[in-house]
Design a protein around this ligand. Structure first.
Ligand code: SF4
Length: 308
């Protein structure tokens, strides 16, 4: 029996990921390989392996980059310590940090200067949160869950500011912020949300499709924070969801019993992976493809001046 495919819009690359990939491509063109990148340029295996084929070397420790090399910081940003180590190694640095991550770093710095205790809502092990933490390690407390709020609830904190990782669940974060506000008076928050436009739009698109589908395929890497959140949101809306890297991970048994399948992709997932999966689903009985209406994204970030 055939099934319908509901395609989320927007999905896939955000402006920060597009910029980071363009920076790396332009750097390759300008300087040739090898080029070193601190961490995966964006969290997607296909993107990383394509760049490896072109001579890009991905490292976690800047100390492993030979002196005098070209080093690109990934879209997730780095702490001031990492930046300093890179500068001391006489590396030519090109910064592909997403400007919306940089915005959160600046907020952390400013609140720290104002002697705030900063509650940073985010995932402790995520590279973006670690980078932001590094801006004011003595002033920042990472809040990963409601449990973490309990640890600070009894402390006599006077000036509190709340900032967040850019790729969190909008709804869960709202709940955590509300709880912090209930406990503490005068909680400061940045004027504009830290959860970025791309994260918000992709989550809204999943919410829109969930009522129509039996299962949701979220195409993205297991490391990708925003992709994981999309899976959680589909599940929260009552849809069984799978986070899959590529067509080899399509849950075949589940597809057999579905009459409608939702598809979306994380902000670091190339559209070619989505199209490969749609092609595979068509060969398995996917008949009608319905692309839902969604927010048009027109944001484009400037490139670093020496690469424009
Ligand atoms: S998901 Fe948001 S913060 Fe992350 S790179 Fe994309 S636009 Fe920037």
């Amino acid at each position: 029996m055939g099934f319908k495919i509901y395609l989320a819009k927007p999905r896939g690359f955000c402006a920060g990921v597009e910029r980071a990939i363009e920076i790396l491509n332009l750097a390759l063109k300008k300087f040739g390989s090898p080029i070193y990148v601190r961490h995966a340029i964006v969290h997607n295996e296909r993107v990383v392996s394509e760049f490896e084929k072109k001579g890009v070397k991905f490292v976690e420790e800047v100390e492993h980059v030979p002196e005098g090399s070209i080093l690109i910081f990934s879209a997730h940003g780095v702490s001031p310590d990492v930046r300093k180590i890179a500068e001391n190694r006489n590396l030519r640095i090109i910064d592909a940090t997403c400007p919306l991550v940089t915005k959160v770093h600046l907020e952390a710095k400013n609140y720290a200067k104002g002697n705030y205790t900063i509650l940073l809502i985010g995932h402790k092990n995520h590279v973006e949160t670690q980078g932001t933490m590094g801006e004011a390690p003595d002033r920042i407390i990472v809040i990963e869950s409601e449990e973490d709020i309990k640890k600070v609830e009894n402390r006599n904190l006077k000036k509190i500011a709340v900032i967040t990782q850019t790729t969190l669940s909008v709804d869960d974060t709202k709940e955590i912020v509300e709880r912090i506000k209930k406990r503490f008076e005068n909680v400061e928050k940045p004027k504009a949300d830290d959860i970025c436009y791309a994260t918000q739009n992709r989550q809204d698109a999943v919410k829109k499709i969930s009522p129509f589908v039996d299962i949701f395929l979220i195409i993205g890497s297991k490391e990708s924070s925003n992709s994981n959140r999309l899976k959680e949101i589909a599940e929260k809306y009552g849809t069984k969801a799978y986070l899959i890297n590529d067509k080899n991970e399509i849950p075949l048994e589940e597809i057999k019993n579905a009459s409608a399948i939702g598809i979306t992709s994380g902000a670091s997932t190339p559209e070619e992976l989505v199209q490969e999966i749609i092609g595979e689903l068509k060969s398995m009985g996917g008949e009608e493809i319905i692309e839902m209406e969604g927010t048009e994204e027109k944001i484009k970030f400037q490139l670093p001046p020496d690469l424009e």
